[in-house]
Design a protein. Structure first.
Length: 267
């Protein structure tokens, strides 16, 4: 799949851009001639991405930002304003996953996941708002959620709940900020990333992060309310929603693999 034509010269901010989908999107947009500000917790990873883009027509600027840290938002606003005059597109991609241990819901685990996957969106949107308001044309916010939020997966209580909450947040933000910007919810399926590399279960219709980035970039040109992919997995999970009893009986039978942490069921 190739990416369609995108007007050059936009200012784009991508969180969680040190690896995976975020990194692939950053390089893709830089190849199209855009100025991309990339954020993540680890500066070294961001610098690696920036180095990979050195020969591309666009530009990548690094801005370390822990999206779970609400106290870092004012400084992040100032840093963004020092790098770009405005933001045309924000891609909220930062995310994490931890599985619960069998038959125990660890509150600390849930807080860690929610701090990044849910409150990270809140903090990132707040950091972006001043520069979104300064955009000369209607800006766009895209949040990367997950197909995992469609229905319950084993051990994914924290991850799935955080992504479902993130999706609801973005849909509601669309209504309250409709006069300012467009909002898109992106729900990927299984994507090959450092987080999914250790998964101990089959990942149907898995795709490379570069493939996912092209799909997302193409979809965002149309500014849809929601973009779910791949289609075959989306359809399968929609069917599962119609037959939830059967789905949960089958999932219960498969709870035989050893619980592990920081693994992604989908997205």
């Amino acid at each position: 799949m190739t990416i369609g034509h995108i007007a050059t010269g936009r200012h784009i901010w991508i969180t969680g851009a040190g690896s995976g989908i975020g990194k692939s999107l950053a390089l893709l947009y830089a190849a199209q001639g855009h100025h991309v500000v990339i954020s993540g917790r680890t500066l070294d990873k961001l610098l690696e991405v920036s180095g990979d883009a050195a020969a591309l027509p666009g530009k990548i600027s690094c801005l370390p930002f822990d999206v779970s840290d609400s106290e870092a938002v004012p400084a992040t606003i100032e840093a963004l304003q020092a790098i770009v005059p405005h933001i045309d597109l924000v891609i909220l991609n930062a995310g994490t996953c931890e599985y619960i241990k069998k038959q125990y819901l660890d509150p600390a685990l849930f807080r860690r996941v929610m701090d990044t996957n849910f409150f990270g969106l809140v903090n990132s949107i707040n950091a972006a708002l001043p520069l979104l308001k300064a955009a000369p044309t209607r800006p766009h916010v895209a949040g990367v959620c997950s197909l995992a939020a469609f229905i319950g997966f084993p051990r994914a209580e924290a991850y799935g709940a955080s992504k479902a909450a993130a999706s609801y947040l973005l849909h509601s933000v669309r209504t309250d900020f409709s006069s300012l910007m467009d909002v898109t919810v992106v729900n990927p399926g299984f994507v090959t990333t450092p987080m999914t590399a250790a998964n101990d279960f089959p990942m149907p219709f898995e795709m490379h992060a570069d493939q996912a980035a092209v799909r997302i970039a193409n979809a965002l040109q149309k500014r849809p309310l929601e973009y779910n992919f791949p289609g075959r997995l989306t359809t399968a999970l929609r069917v599962a929603q119609l037959f939830k009893g059967l789905w949960y009986r089958q999932m219960s039978k498969k709870r035989t693999t050893k619980p592990t942490e920081k693994r992604t069921p989908a997205g």
